[in-house]
Ligand binder design. Sequence first.
Ligand SMILES: *Cc1c(COP(=O)(O)O)cnc(C)c1O
Length: 229
Amino acid sequence: MLASDEIAKRLREVRERIAQAAKRSARPPDAIRLVLASKTQPPDAIRAAYLAGARDFGENYVQEAASKRAELADLSEATWHFIGHLQSNKTRLAVRIFDIIQTLDTARLADAIARARPSPPMRVLIEVNVGGEASKSGIAADDVESLIAATRDRVEIAGLMTIPPPSESAAAARRYFAELRMLRERLAARSGLALSELSMGMTEDFEVAIEEGATLVRVGRAVFGERPK
Ligand SMILES: *Cc1c(COP(=O)(O)O)cnc(C)c1O
């Protein structure tokens, strides 16, 4: 892992870039929350970021997150986001250790989540596949409205999330981010839900995502360096 002061320095740089991107798009910088994607990073890397002011962490693997959280139980102000693919048999543990599940993409998974955590309902984002064929995960944009209708009574749907297909440049990702923003506007109007969160943008393209309306950016390598295998 990188030295703690290097993590702190990189965190400051990313925050500054977030502030600049917010300014360019006439958005208040505090409308954007930085979620540090900490998968495969050791607990000490997370602790270093926390001590430097980070509060939101995103993990992809339930078991890994559970053992890290046990080691980091003293980080009382941390918010934990699940950003990986959730298997139904991990749902019970997931609803215990995460504050929000960003990757809901089937009614079946919503059922499992609601059974594991009937009340208060689990806070979730719907993961949308805005890249069509090229994206591996998420529900098709056309199917999100019916997923909302089928699950809104059982989970708290706070907004949308996407992982666009890999593109050669941040500029190429812009249209996917814009697509998610417009989908959110349509669905908020039609469902009457606020759907206030838009989770999009990673190390390579978070500034473009902010310009397109991201409220949550998920950044790993820009802060932690390359991931240990
Ligand atoms: C790993 C991961 C990220 C962060 O990726 P970086 O390129 O390291 O910034 C963001 N979102 C998801 C869903 C991830 O799995």
